[in-house]
Design a binder for this molecule. Structure first.
Ligand code: AMP
Ligand code: MN
Ligand code: MN
Ligand code: MN
Length: 289
């Protein structure tokens, strides 16, 4: 505990915003309630739960946030196929009962079960049996099935030593357990989020292996579709990504967001609320909240 004098000459401790994380509603390992309680314990003041293609964890998380006294932001992370690649769009402050958003997300989820069956068949072809059932044991439902669940299964079976290695060896493009898949269109994903009253954020742009021209095209199309922000600080961004995406935000007049992309304790070196700070030049997405 840090002792602080009550004098108003000290500025208030700044609130930690963590606007990207996952629960058991998608590919996280903690229940929505446990994610929120962990965030509160770690000093997060404002948290968005952003499960992949589902809003199903939001009511439980909102109730836990009320109990724990932290500010809760209803979020989602929508899977998108852009120019043959997967990109992710986070929606923040969405209305959880919006039919347009719910319908759009249901379409993405509908594809997950069939894709999982294809992933399992691809793994069987290289000698990894029973992967569908094995991955499903880690997932809440067939339509939540993600590569993360396959990754956990492969680690558990001892095919690879850890979660870091498993994607590299099995689950990324060119590897035996990767199958291509068609997610939502970029403009549709942004449109659904806006229809639900939310703000669309281009997630972890540093993860996309794009040259400068393609990155500018992606950000330009995202902005033209109604996107409002990009993640400048992200769990998968290194220190070197931050000034790069702060400049893109400035160039495209986008707000800046920050999120850990936490999935599970000890996984991927990410933790709730453990984030680099946004550069002063950025306009945080929460500035008008
Ligand atoms: P999916 O939406 O089923 O394709 O699964 C994507 C999820 O897998 C992401 O949200 C991450 O949680 C995880 N993921 C993707 N690529 C990697 C990677 N290279 N290393 C670790 N986790 C990854
Ligand atoms: Mn994930
Ligand atoms: Mn993502
Ligand atoms: Mn994520």
């Amino acid at each position: 505990m840090i002792a602080r004098p009550s004098s108003s000459s000290f500025p208030p401790l700044s609130v930690i915003f963590d606007l990207h994380c996952h629960s058991t509603a998608s590919d996280g390992a903690l229940t929505p309630r446990d994610v929120v309680l962990r965030a509160a314990r770690l000093g997060v003041g404002a948290l968005a739960l952003t499960d992949h293609d589902t809003l199903s964890g939001l009511p439980e998380a909102a109730a836990a946030a009320e109990e724990a006294g932290l500010r809760f932001i209803a979020g989602v992370e929508v899977s998108v196929t852009w120019q043959g690649r997967t990109v992710h769009v986070v929606g923040l402050n969405v209305r959880p009962d919006d039919p347009t958003l719910l319908d759009g997300l249901a379409g993405n989820r509908g594809g997950r079960q069939a894709r999982a069956e294809r992933i399992a068949a691809a793994l069987a072809a290289v000698g990894v049996g029973n992967a569908y059932v094995g991955a499903l044991a880690h997932a809440g439902s067939p339509e939540a099935l993600s590569r993360t669940h396959f990754a956990r299964f492969l680690v558990e079976r001892g095919h690879v030593k850890d979660m870091k290695t498993v994607f590299k060896k099995f689950l990324v493009k060119g590897k035996p357990g990767y199958v291509s898949h068609q997610w939502a269109e970029l403009a549709d994903a942004v449109g659904w989020i806006r229809a639900a009253g939310g703000q669309a954020v281009l997630a972890h742009p540093g993860r996309y292996d794009l040259g400068r021209d393609s990155m500018r095209r992606l950000i330009g199309e995202f902005k033209a579709a109604g996107g409002e922000a990009i993640e400048v600080v992200a769990g998968s961004h290194g220190a070197e990504h931050i000034p790069v995406f702060a400049r893109y935000a400035d160039e495209f007049e986008l707000l800046a967001s920050a999120g850990s992309d936490f999935h599970a304790p000890g996984e991927g070196g990410r933790e709730l609320g453990r984030l680099r700070t946004l550069p002063d030049a950025c306009r945080p997405i929460w500035k008008d909240w």
